[in-house]
Design a protein around this ligand. Structure first.
Ligand code: C2E
Ligand code: CA
Ligand code: CA
Length: 332
């Protein structure tokens, strides 16, 4: 149970890792190390629980450490790249923004997904230098685009908590010449369980610069509609897990309708993500979801291809001229 200590509410939690002698280890040191690995697993699965050591955990721990070592060198070695995925107007299909998505081109393992290394980067603090590189690269890239479409950048909770975040962002905006009104920061609701006052203050400071805050992956965990009201968000992304269920599952459809209705009432933009089929797109249009993202509209692309695409949009000829006029773009 939570209890009060001076003016703070304190909650004590317990996580337990179990390793057994002699089946898990032959020496005291190894036994402790394996118990620690199991403890790590317990914490990773949400705390206040216990996990037993399994032999494959040792291998996983080893892989993780190897990956972590490589990671430290990877930024310096230029092994990270950004891809850009279009976010489109649901009616015209034209891009209104691109989301920057990071990739790690590992020399021996090939391309590693951010789903694999962002959690490690978060836990080790390496997300700070990587996140700075992502911000610098994405801002500089978007500043070169032939048409001032928006750029969406993902911010992880550790980056968000960093004291110098605001100063750093101002500095990079000034250096690259990117207009803050072209910038979206995407955060997930995990961030909102942290120190609420600090989070709101940082979000306000970013909004104050003219940057738009977007709630990413909405609908995955708690999906509290209060988040849309209590925090200064201007847009919400409906998680792609809903898209899969949209055409078959009446509950999923009802929830998407409810999110759209609340967002509309609060004056928020809505982006449906993970759109892979014409049916999903048609239904989202029918429900008047204004923006869409997904493989149907476009895969994440390398910088040069993105630049070329935007160039073609900005220098329209023939039929494209009409499309150019329709975009809900922002002023530069
Ligand atoms: P996210 O922010 O939800 O990004 C969308 C993910 O969905 C991307 O995966 C994208 O490639 C994928 N996706 C896009 N359209 C479709 C579709 O139609 N169907 C399916 N099945 N998937 C689609 P990706 O690039 O592997 O990124 C995974 C996650 O890693 C991201 O989820 C985000 O949470 C994190 N991430 C990626 N780049 C960054 C970054 O630069 N910084 C931080 N902090 N996190 C990042
Ligand atoms: Ca995102
Ligand atoms: Ca998302």
């Amino acid at each position: 149970l939570p209890y009060a200590l001076d003016h703070e509410v304190v909650r004590i939690g317990v996580s337990i890792g179990v390793a057994m002698y002699p089946s898990d280890a032959g020496t005291a040191e190894q036994l402790l190390r394996n118990a620690d690995t199991a403890l790590y697993k317990a914490k990773a699965s949400g705390r206040d629980t216990w996990r037993a050591y399994a032999s494959e955990d040792g291998q996983r721990q080893h892989d993780r450490m190897a990956l972590e070592l490589d990671f430290r060198a990877a930024i310096a070695l230029g092994q990270f790249t950004l891809l850009y995925q279009p976010i489109c107007d649901a009616v015209s299909g034209s891009p209104v923004a691109f989301e920057a998505l990071v990739r790690w081109n590992h020399p021996t393992r090939g391309v590693i997904s951010p789903a694999e290394f962002i959690p490690i980067a978060e836990q080790t603090g390496l997300i700070i230098p990587l996140g700075r590189w992502i911000i610098e690269t994405a801002f500089a890239e978007a500043a070169t685009w032939a048409y001032p479409l928006r750029i969406a950048v993902n911010l992880s909770p550790t980056q968000f908590r960093e004291r110098e975040l605001i100063g750093f962002i101002r500095e990079v905006l000034a250096r690259t010449g990117l207009a803050p009104a072209r910038l979206d920061f995407e955060v997930t609701e995990g961030l909102l369980f942290e120190d609420v006052d600090d989070v709101v203050a940082t979000m306000r400071a970013l909004s104050g610069l003219g940057i738009r805050m977007v709630l990413d992956d909405f609908g995955t965990a708690h999906s509290n509609l209060n988040y849309l009201r209590g925090f200064p968000f201007e847009a919400v992304k409906i998680d792609r897990s809903y898209m899969r269920a949209l055409n078959t599952d009446r509950q999923a459809r009802a929830l998407v309708e409810a999110i759209l209705a609340v967002a509309r009432a609060l004056g928020l933009d809505v982006i449906g993500e993970g759109v892979e089929t014409q049916e999903q797109l048609a239904l989202l249009r029918h429900l008047r979801c204004r923006f869409v993202q997904g493989y149907l509209l476009g895969y994440p692309l390398p910088a040069q291809q993105t630049r070329d695409w935007i160039w073609r949009l900005a220098a329209p000829h023939g039929d494209d001229e009409q499309a150019a006029v329709r975009w809900p773009a922002v002023s530069a």
